[in-house]
Design a protein around this ligand. Structure first.
Ligand SMILES: [Zn+2]
Length: 239
């Protein structure tokens, strides 16, 4: 059995280069993060998740980094973590690069017609739960991550288009579906029908066109580049 060499960065000893590169990504964007802050017993098995991002805030989420498509066992652990800790968990398996090209889509093109339930559930590709496939523009894309919610509502693990998105309203880089600019906590209180932490009623919070993507801002592209090109100890530039 071979053993990976630890990578040191920002005072942490990472188990893999890929994890250290994601830490560079966070640092470049000014995102607060902790590495392996807490181990848990999940379904009777010890589990030490990789990152807690935006710790101690309402935006907190677990981020498990995988170099390859995750196993059923790894997904089950992440699900248990989300449900047990009350904090959403992502199992991010895509490459550390911008996940998609720029888009200029209309509302109907963005959604397709009708909106379907679909998922990329394994390495062989799409699994459609209904007859229709995803919108054509999405078929060319590769999902990035599984997401598990504390509520555990998803009956099946689904890998979706969870992209780092640069919110133009609050300046936070968060993981959003399709890199879509949408609800932002900074909108709380701006609408009479809003309450803290809630979608502000039927008032679409984003002025301007919809859909609106923010997965390729200058800031995000610079962070991807910095993360991929970071050099660690011994001057190595390994993957
Ligand atoms: Zn925001």
């Amino acid at each position: 059995m071979i053993q990976a060499i630890e990578t040191r960065y920002a005072g942490c000893r990472f188990r893999s280069r890929l994890e250290a590169r994601w830490a560079v990504f966070f640092e470049t964007l000014g995102i607060p993060w902790e590495y392996e802050p807490q181990g848990y017993m999940v379904n009777g098995t010890p589990y030490l998740p990789d990152f807690l991002v935006y710790p101690n805030t309402e935006f907190a989420f677990w981020l498990e980094i995988k170099g390859v498509f995750p196993s059923e066992d790894e997904l089950a652990k992440a699900r248990g973590l989300a449900e047990g800790s009350g904090i959403p968990a992502y199992v991010y398996w895509a490459k550390l690069e911008p996940p998609a090209p720029d888009f200029a889509l209309t509302d109907s093109t963005y959604h397709g017609s009708p909106i379907n339930r679909y998922a990329w559930t394994n390495e062989s590709g799409w699994r459609s739960y209904y007859a229709k496939l995803p919108p054509p523009w999405q078929l060319e894309l590769t999902p990035t991550s599984f997401r598990f919610n504390p509520s555990g509502k998803a009956e099946k693990a689904e890998s979706g288009f969870w992209w780092w998105t640069d919110c133009p309203h609050c300046g936070r880089a968060l993981i959003k579906l399709n890199g879509q600019v949408g609800w932002c906590p900074s909108f709380d209180g701006r609408n009479s029908n809003s309450r803290p932490g809630a979608w502000p009623g039927k008032t679409w919070p984003v002025n301007g066109t919809y859909p609106r993507f923010a997965h390729r801002t200058q800031r995000l592209l610079a962070a991807y580049t910095a993360a991929r090109s970071a050099r660690f100890e011994h001057g190595e530039s390994g993957a």
